[in-house]
Design a protein. Structure first.
Length: 240
């Protein structure tokens, strides 16, 4: 006969087993999608590399320290879209003067993100997860927002769709770094905390599809919703 204490003892074990199975399945999903993505982008790899090289002097890839799961720092890779040696704020605004001609195309099409598939294969990122922040905003993960770091950062996710055209949200005459810290960072963190603690693999697949469609301008928030973010006194939560 099974006692009540036996049932309680087995419950955490079952939960732990489910969690491990989910993590294994999600890792398989990440590796399969990353490998498929690399294969799909192979035909345009050489043209992209040549375009970056011919457009401006400097390295092909750009690497930057980012915050990973549980606050671990890792090197995130992108195709370089800024002039080599460019300095400035940790955010990219519309018509950013640091951007090269090819860089504007890479930014618009999100091809600059393709090297992050290597980060996924290394286990530093997932296909779907919160966007990894730069170290400039590490102090923002405090209080309730610290929970965002419980999740492995990703290439796709709700914020990658909602803020597809983030550079256009920065108001004129306001420091973009401070605007991001005061308005956009908290908005993104709230959305991440709303989704990722209750995520499922099928939902992640949906956000992967929405992320791909967002590159082509499909399924983005309305212009009116995004314009509201330009008002520092009004910080809405974006709809599903």
């Amino acid at each position: 006969m099974t006692s009540e204490s036996d049932v309680h003892d087995r419950a955490p074990a079952r939960i732990g087993a489910v969690g491990r199975a989910d993590a294994t399945l999600r890792r398989i999903f990440d590796v399969v999608v990353a490998l498929a993505g690399i294969v799909c982008f192979l035909p345009i790899l050489i043209p992209v590399v040549l375009a970056i090289r011919l457009d401006s002097p400097g390295p092909i890839l750009y690497a930057q320290n980012r915050l990973g799961q549980h606050g671990r720092i890792f090197r995130l890779y992108k195709f370089r879209k800024f002039h080599d040696g460019a300095t400035g704020k940790a955010v990219t605004v519309r018509n950013d003067r640091r951007m090269t001609r090819v860089g504007r195309f890479l930014e618009r099409t999100k091809i600059d993100e393709v090297p992050q598939l290597w980060n996924v294969l290394k286990g530093e990122m997932s296909i779907v997860g919160p966007r990894p922040e730069t170290l400039d905003f590490a102090d923002g993960f405090d209080g309730i927002y610290r929970g965002v770091l419980d999740h492995r950062p990703g290439i796709f996710g709700p914020n990658q769709v909602y803020f597809r055209n983030e550079g256009a949200l920065f108001p004129d005459g306001i420091d973009p770094h401070e605007f991001y810290r005061a308005v956009l960072f908290p908005a993104k963190a709230r959305i991440d905390l709303e989704y990722f603690p209750r995520r499922s693999l099928p939902q992640d697949v949906v956000w992967l599809a929405r992320g791909v469609l967002a590159v082509f301008g499909v399924g983005l928030p309305s212009e009116e919703t995004l314009r509201r973010f330009r008002n520092l006194e009004n910080r809405p939560v974006l709809p599903d």
